[in-house]
Design a binder for this molecule. Structure first.
Ligand code: IPM
Ligand code: MG
Length: 331
C-alpha cells in the first residue's frame, strides 16, 4: 500500500482505497471467511488487492469454515478466470535459486492458470471411509483461457505450451482437443506445444528458459507455479494478476501467509509490490507507472537489498527496510 500510495503521489493520481476483511481475520470478526460487505465492496471497485489468507489458527482440516474458502469464493464472485503468474529472473539473483546459474539465463515465462473451474470448484463429498472431489471442465472455460494465453503469447515470444494429463484424465483430453483447435484456428502464428504435467514439472527444471507462455488448468497451475517460483529464488518474489472479461482484477502475490515467520517483520514484500504494478497495468491502464514500480524493484535488487529468503547466506534487510528501499528507488 505504501508503494501504491507513493506512485499515486508521483503520478498525480488519487486512489480511493477501502479495506475489507477476508480469511482468518474475517472468521474471527464475523464467523465467515468472506462477508457479503467484502464481496459488495470488491464488485464496486476497479481492482482488488489481496493479502494472503490462512494460518495455523484456522487450519483444522475438519473445520466447516476455512480461510481458503473466502479466497476461492472471491475469485468466483469476481469471475477472474485467468490467473497470470509471471516468472522473471532478476539479473543479480541467480544465487538465490537452488538451480544452477547457467540454467537460469534468459528465464522469462508466464504461467496462465485457469482459476475458477476444475477440481477446486467441483462437488465434494466425504464419509468416514471415502472422499471425492469432482473435476469438471466446460468447453467454454477452456476456450476462453486458451484465448487469453494465446493473445499473451502473441505479444511475447510467440510460444505457447499447454499442460494437461491427457494420458489419464478425460478433462485433460477435452482440454487438449480444445487447446489444439483454438490455437490452430485463432493463433496460427504461434509455436504450440502440449506437455503432460509430470513431464512439464521436469522440463521446468531442465530447460526453464525455453518456456514463454504456459497455459494450464487450476490445480496443475497451482502446483507448477510454486515449483517455478524456485527459479526466481523464492516464493516471495512472484506476483499474480487474476483477470476476467472486464478490466477489474484481483491482485495477490502467489505466496501464502507464511505462518512460520509471522510477526518477525522479515517477509519478502517483492511479490506483493510487483502485484501492485500488475494492478496499475491491467486494471487502471497505468502502464507507465507499472513499469516504474518494476524498475524500482529491479534496481533495489541490483543495489543488493535482500530479504532473508533471497539473501543466500548474505546480509538481509527486513520487510520495512526493503519496502523503504523500493520507495527510494521510485523517487
Ligand atoms: C494459490 C494458493 C491458493 C490456491 C490457496 C490458498 C487456496 O495456493 O493462490 O496458489 O490453491 O489457489
Ligand atoms: Mg498455490
Amino acid at each position: 500500500m505504501q508503494v501504491l500510495q507513493r506512485m499515486a503521489d508521483i503520478g498525480g493520481h488519487k486512489f480511493t482505497i477501502r479495506e475489507q476483511l477476508i480469511g482468518g481475520a474475517s472468521i474471527d470478526a464475523t464467523g465467515e471467511p468472506l462477508p457479503a460487505d467484502t464481496v459488495k465492496s470488491c464488485l464496486a471497485s476497479d481492482a482488488v488487492m489481496l493479502g494472503a489468507v490462512g494460518g495455523p489458527k484456522w487450519s483444522d482440516p475438519n473445520a466447516a469454515v476455512r480461510p481458503e474458502q473466502g479466497l476461492l469464493r472471491l475469485r468466483a464472485e469476481l469471475e477472474v478466470f485467468a490467473n497470470l503468474r509471471p516468472v522473471k529472473i532478476f539479473d543479480d539473483m541467480a544465487d538465490a535459486s537452488p538451480l544452477k546459474r547457467e540454467l537460469l539465463v534468459g528465464v522469462d515465462l508466464l504461467v496462465v492458470r485457469e482459476l475458477t473451474g476444475g477440481i477446486y470448484f467441483g462437488e465434494k463429498s466425504r464419509s468416514a471411509t471415502s472422499a471425492s472431489d469432482l473435476c469438471i471442465y466446460e468447453a467454454f472455460e477452456i476456450e476462453r483461457i486458451v484465448r487469453v494465453a494465446g493473445r499473451l503469447a502473441s505479444a511475447r515470444r510467440g510460444k505457447l505450451c499447454s499442460v494437461d494429463k491427457a494420458n489419464v484424465l478425460e478433462t485433460s483430453r477435452l482440454w487438449r482437443d480444445i487447446a489444439s483447435r483454438v490455437t490452430r484456428e485463432e493463433f496460427p502464428e504461434l509455436q504450440v506445444e502440449h506437455l503432460l504435467v509430470d513431464a512439464a514439472a521436469m522440463h521446468l527444471l531442465s530447460r526453464p528458459a525455453d518456456f514463454d507462455v504456459i497455459v494450464t488448468e487450476n490445480m496443475f497451475g497451482d502446483i507448477l507455479t510454486d515449483e517455478a517460483s524456485m527459479l526466481a529464488g523464492s516464493l516471495g518474489m512472484l506476483p499474480s494478476a487474476s483477470l476476467g472479461e472486464q478490466s477489474r482484477g484481483l491482485y495477490e502475490p502467489i505466496h501464502g501467509s507464511a505462518p512460520d515467520i509471522a510477526g518477525r517483520g522479515i517477509a519478502n514484500p517483492c511479490g506483493m509490490i510487483a502485484s501492485t504494478a500488475l494492478l496499475l497495468r491491467h486494471s487502471l491502464n497505468l502502464s507507465e507507472e507499472a513499469a516504474q514500480i518494476e524498475q524500482a524493484l529491479e534496481r533495489t535488487i541490483r543495489d543488493g537489498y535482500r530479504t532473508a529468503d533471497i539473501a543466500a547466506g548474505g546480509s538481509a534487510v527486513d520487510t520495512t527496510e526493503m519496502t523503504a528501499a523500493v520507495i527510494r528507488h521510485l523517487d
